[in-house]
Write a protein that binds this ligand. Sequence first.
Ligand SMILES: Cc1cc2nc3c(=O)[nH]c(=O)nc-3n(C[C@H](O)[C@H](O)[C@H](O)COP(=O)(O)OP(=O)(O)OC[C@H]3O[C@@H](n4cnc5c(N)ncnc54)[C@H](O)[C@@H]3O)c2cc1C
Length: 401
Amino acid sequence: MAKSYDLIIVGAGMVGALSAILLAKSSLRIALVDKHDGDYRLSTPPAYDARVSALSSQSKRLLESVGVWQGIPHDRIAPYDNMVVWDGLGEGFIDFNAQATAMPELGHLVENAVLNQQLMTQVRRLKHIDLYLGDTLDSHQLSESGVNVELASGQLLQAQAIIAADGALSKLRTENAFETVEWDYGHHAIVTTLEIAQTHENTAWQSFGEEGILAFLPLPSVDHRHFVSIVWSVPPKEAESLMALDEAAFCRRLHYAMNRRFDVLGITQERQAIPLRQRHAKHYVTAGLALIGDAAHTIHPLAGQGANLGFADVKALVEVLEKAHRRGEHLGASKVLRRYQRARMLDNIAMAAGMEVFKRLFSTQQPLIVQLRNRGMMQFHRDTWLKQKLIARAAGISSFS
Ligand SMILES: Cc1cc2nc3c(=O)[nH]c(=O)nc-3n(C[C@H](O)[C@H](O)[C@H](O)COP(=O)(O)OP(=O)(O)OC[C@H]3O[C@@H](n4cnc5c(N)ncnc54)[C@H](O)[C@@H]3O)c2cc1C
């Protein structure tokens, strides 16, 4: 006998879990399925988790609206009110400052595991959500009038629609033959956390240079000790040799790659190298199914926008589904789900295109281009209006569409 829901959400990562919470608060009955057991083992500071996300003020507001943000311990959130970006091959730099734009901060750094755990705590409090953890889809059938699912555990589920929040390698996307536009960025991102000798000044530092794209992202300080999370994007061969360095040599390379701005005292978390791929589904929906978050699109992490775009997808999809529910429309109908696709696709494509331009512009060491880009950066740096526009976009306050 199948259990009946309004929606089945596959994937209880940041995007799927937040969707479930928002939809359950609108009294929709949700089945939330994840192959993970939903229990995030947190590191103890100063050994912060190597995976962190820079969250925009729009994402923060969405998390606040359901009480998730308030549950994150203060000593696991690092606000940043400055961002400094410079060209390692020249004099060009841009700094972005929250005060100049009348914002309290530019964003917040939160460890992914801390956020995921807080989302799951909230999920478990909601009686409209049934959790199927450590489980996955075995088979499913989609139609305009409803979906049927069999889980690997043998449990049968039925609902009006499935939301695929199953991440970058989404099985639901591939099994339902969604076409994608995708290519390798030719970069692997090395992530870890460091202890540094100087304060990070609540600033996100990013260098584009011969040594690749390197970000030092502020983490909470502990007993006057200072920590940053790094994302260091380099070609795969270079990533391999950086991963092979011993700790002291790795820290020395970081010191030089960051223009000797920081003395790196040591790494406090194991290094991970993550291959980076640009991927965008040509469609986000079909009858009975909507792709959301990384299942729909992945971009280069250089501007820290992937999860923020995913949360913007969540907001748009929840608004569409709530409205359709109030009107008595079928939630899996193509015409309903297409409203979500229309609301989000242009914005996601524009962000992906912007990341590609940035990545290409800074991958070249051609002297003429280096000279032009340094001049361009300095002009940009002096243009307060343009900087405010870009900050508003990154904060999710304005969109391209
Ligand atoms: C190095 C790096 C740095 C980044 N930094 C930032 C940043 O600073 N700011 C930002 O906004 N974004 C950042 N991002 C992007 C961000 O991490 C992702 O966009 C975000 O985590 C995507 O969340 P998601 O819930 O869509 O997918 P995921 O987090 O991948 O979650 C997918 C979930 O689905 C589950 N799942 C998968 N397959 C199945 C299955 N078959 N059955 C059941 N469950 C399944 C998984 O267990 C998982 O829980 C970064 C990305 C990288 C690689």
